[in-house]
Design a protein around this ligand. Structure first.
Ligand SMILES: [Zn+2]
Length: 241
């Protein structure tokens, strides 16, 4: 069983600073996303699963609008190389769009309102939704690793979503990294082929967070030497027995 723990916006520098051993596994480093004009979630995960740069298909010509409805069929991804793959909540494939739309809307409202009272209310709802969704995904993922899939990918968005409004809150970010470290520890008892992978990292803009170009990867079995995010389709499907 090959497992990918896909963690949106897991920042290389923070994994190092917090020194979470399970996230770091035996080999770790930065993913190379320099072929993309900007670190965009939908573009990066879609490129990851196909092994091809999908930026031109997903971002409008003006370079602004991202197609959040973009969806790739199983046959066009490397997941189809496996006999029994299980993919949980991945953008560009099968994510719960209503949940992700709602958090994007709350984020927009947060920055549009001038009332600090209103901001506080939005922030609470925003963080609460992200944690609720995280727990749903965690449950589905931890159930999946008890089953006989040959490939499992669980996509975890809380570090990105919560990071956008709280990245300056180190304690909160540390708690979220610890949560992902604990999930990885559980998986490490189950299989010897694990990838922890993020699409991009995050940098602080005051209290808030913006995407950085530091993606993170780790494995428990192999040095990958500065891989591009589009290299993983080959690397992972090449492991199939
Ligand atoms: Zn992302």
């Amino acid at each position: 069983m090959i497992v990918v723990i896909a963690i949106d916006a897991l920042e290389f520098d923070l994994v190092k600073e917090f020194n979470y051993e399970n996230l770091k596994q035996e080999f770790y480093g930065k993913t190379n996303i320099s072929e993309f004009s900007q670190p965009r979630t939908m573009v990066l995960w879609s490129s990851f699963m196909t092994g091809e740069n999908k930026e031109k298909e997903i971002v409008a010509k003006d370079g602004k609008k991202v197609n959040w409805d973009y969806k790739i069929s199983l046959e066009k991804t490397f997941f189809s190389k496996f006999n029994k793959p299980k993919i949980i909540d991945l953008p560009g494939f099968n994510y719960d769009k209503a949940v992700h739309d709602k958090s994007r809307n709350l984020l927009k409202n947060y920055f549009e309102t001038e009332s600090s009272e209103e901001k506080k209310k939005i922030l609470q709802e925003y963080n609460k939704d992200a944690m609720y969704h995280h727990k749903t995904v965690r449950e589905e993922f931890l159930t999946a690793i008890e089953n006989d899939y040959d490939f499992i990918l669980g996509y975890f968005s809380a570090i990105d979503v919560i990071g956008h409004l709280n990245f300056g809150n180190k304690l909160l970010m540390k708690m979220l990294y610890k949560e992902m470290d604990e999930i990885t520890a559980i998986v490490r008892k189950k299989t010897d082929k694990i990838f922890v992978l993020s699409d991009h990292g995050m940098i602080a803009i005051g209290n808030f967070g913006d995407h950085s170009t530091h993606g993170f990867w780790s494995t428990n079995f192999k040095e990958l030497n500065n891989p591009k995010i589009t290299d993983f389709a080959k690397i992972i499907s090449g492991l199939k027995k």
